[in-house]
Design a protein around this ligand. Structure first.
Ligand code: F6R
Length: 242
């Protein structure tokens, strides 16, 4: 893990409090300069958003734009499992990011150009799939991939079936995701991993410190990124080399 910025917390709650404090600091900035944050969905960041709402409620965020990592194909924003719905529920309904500054990737939208025009991502929050995906960049994704439509792997559909009545079949088969290069283009990346279910993939990832990008494990794109941070709770860090 030489040279990597790895932070281990007692539990997911301690991790969430620390990460939210840092994200709030970045989002508040000096209150004037534009700030662009990349946001993630999934189970892992939910406690982070809970703390973030506490820290940002009532604050002026008119200088903030947000760019979500990914969205399922074929779900309306009103669908309870769409990522637009998730973000509304966990963050945007409670804090004053202007609705016109909130972006999600969509088929047919040049998301990378939009991010670049707006000055690039200051910070990108990330979770990690048990198969090593970041965003919906499944194993096999190219290091230079940009925002695009992707097919979800069987493993990811099975992992996310819990949100769709337990049925992998009912889980969307496609999504639009920021690419590996889009994510690695952020000035800082904060990858969060909590719970024993992430211990194996985090050990596999961090063991590769100093190595090149491996398309079989898309999160390895972060290992060469000077602004990458890895935030783990003790359970997710259980298999790391001491
Ligand atoms: C979410 C995302 C995914 C998740 C990953 C982990 O926007 O892009 O890569 O971060 O699947 O999900 P959880 O946190 O539910 O384990």
């Amino acid at each position: 893990m030489k040279g990597l910025s790895v932070h281990v917390y007692e539990d997911s709650e301690a991790l969430a409090a620390a990460v939210a404090a840092e994200v709030a600091r970045v989002m508040l900035g000096d209150g004037k300069t534009r700030v662009n944050v990349g946001l993630a969905t999934g189970s892992t960041p939910i406690p982070v958003y809970r703390h973030l709402v506490q820290l940002l409620r009532g604050k002026d965020l008119s200088h903030v734009s947000s760019f979500n990592l990914d969205e399922y194909e074929g779900l309306e924003a009103s669908h309870p499992e769409s990522y637009r719905h998730y973000m509304q529920e966990h963050l945007f309904a409670h804090v004053a990011v202007p609705p016109g500054n909130i972006f999600f990737p969509e088929a047919g939208r040049d998301y990378d150009a939009l991010i670049a025009e707006r000055g690039g991502l200051d910070l990108q929050l990330l979770g990690i799939g048990t198969n090593g995906h970041i965003g919906f960049n499944e194993p096999g994704s190219a290091r230079d991939s940009r925002t695009r439509r992707v097919e979800l792997s069987a493993a990811t559909r099975a992992a996310n079936a819990r949100f769709f009545g337990g049925s992998a079949e009912a889980t969307p088969s496609h999504a639009v995701t920021m690419g590996v290069a889009t994510i690695a283009g952020a000035r800082r990346t904060l990858l969060l991993a909590t719970g024993a279910g992430k211990a194996e993939i985090m050990a596999a990832l961090l063991q590769r410190a100093g190595r090149e990008y491996d398309p079989a494990l898309p999160a390895t794109a972060l290992l060469q990124h000077a602004g990458a941070e890895f935030h783990l709770d003790r359970a997710a860090a259980a298999r790391l080399d001491k």
